[in-house]
Design a protein around this ligand. Sequence first.
Ligand code: BGP
Length: 478
Amino acid sequence: MKFTKYFLWGGSSSAPQTEGAYNIDGKSLTVADLKYYELVLDKKKTISEIKKMTNSKLRNALENFNELYFPKRLGINFYNTYKEDIKLLSELGINSFRISISWARIIPNCDDGVVNQKGLEFYRNVIMEFKKYKIEPIITLSHFDLPFKIVEKYGGWKNKKVIDLFIEYAKVVFKEFKNEITYWIPFNEINAALFSPWVGAGLIIDNEDNILQSSYISLHNLFIANSKAIKIAKIINSNFKIGCMIASFPSYPINSKPDNVILNQKDQQLKMYLYLDVMCKGIYPNYILKYWKDNNISIDIKDDELKIISNNNVDFISFSYYMTSINSVEKTEEVEANLITLSKNPFLTENDWGWQIDPLGLRYILNDLWDRYNLPLLIAENGVGFKDDLTKDHKVNDNYRISYLKDHIEQLLESIKDGVNVFGYLLWSPIDSVSSVTNEMSKRYGLIYVDLDDLGNGTNKRFLKDSYYWFKNYISQK
Ligand code: BGP
């Protein structure tokens, strides 16, 4: 059995992790531009500490604006190298690529309606460059780079006014690219609002009396924005396909003890199903209403907002898949994943960051989501971070990455045989970029090596890893 010729083989990236040029051609600051490289100050910093934004960290970032190192301001300089990079991507043989557009490039002041033509021009050039090679661009409108002005002036996504500001931005982009783009994803990993409130919702942790409540309020506003974006998108072009995107955290009960099984079920509701139930079915399920009540969380949800959510659901589901975890009522060994802390499964191996490798988990989540929602599925991110060694003759022997990808793609194929409707597989990420959470370069996902280190030193040249040749050959036979 083969993949159909329409299957999207591609890659994924984000503006803050690749573009650089953070203050060029009219772009304003984003929440990503204010994350300095904390591991250089303290190697022992945990992911949970790094991902949080506090007032003292923000002050430090603003007061030492030019002294501290902020990796996402440089990215991999894609703003200037996109032509060469897209050429290398085209030679890989892929037919789709997911990029994100930075709101701060399009409407830098966020609330004055002034559209920055240079921002639009950059993305038009990038989109046309992909199209030149017959690579279908897939667009995310917000990938962990909320404009900082939204934080300063409105306090982040917990403020309902942000919904309309986002819709103004979305409208500009939908109209501009109404003939070029089919697939749109309004928000990357929308569940990050709960698990990583700075990048997901623009919340400063110590400004909130009840961060859990503020995160759920923000999430509700994100859901309204998602539905309003769908509504407006379909008016602009009824052929647009709009998808939601979550970070998937599939998990297994540690054993068949009923307490563990029910714990696992509750865990999956809060980590994954809630977001999909709202964006795919248009309802707030009872389990979340009960959870809010039990935890004294009060959210002002208006009837007309529920109506918007219920009337405007997504066309497809996209998700990132990196690892699975387990649930147990007893304490077990843990690992910090990109957004949350997860319990380790003793049957799995792991990468240098302790992220567990579970190809079968991909088949499991694909079947699970298809059975539950019956919507086409797109794997928007899958890959693994490793430390790579560049040899003197500029090669990277990354058999570990090849094994990872091969095993995952085999399970993807199994899920298609199971009857799952999955229409694409996007690698995170074909080209090395700055890590989303830890802001380091040495956590490399690419098939293309970028010669930059954690402090931005290096030639910034690109070199092809062994996995590049392997992947190219592999997909050409699929
Ligand atoms: C997801 C993000 C990506 C990506 C990935 C890997 O949460 O959507 O932007 O970076 O995680 O995480 P990291 O780069 O921190 O290893």
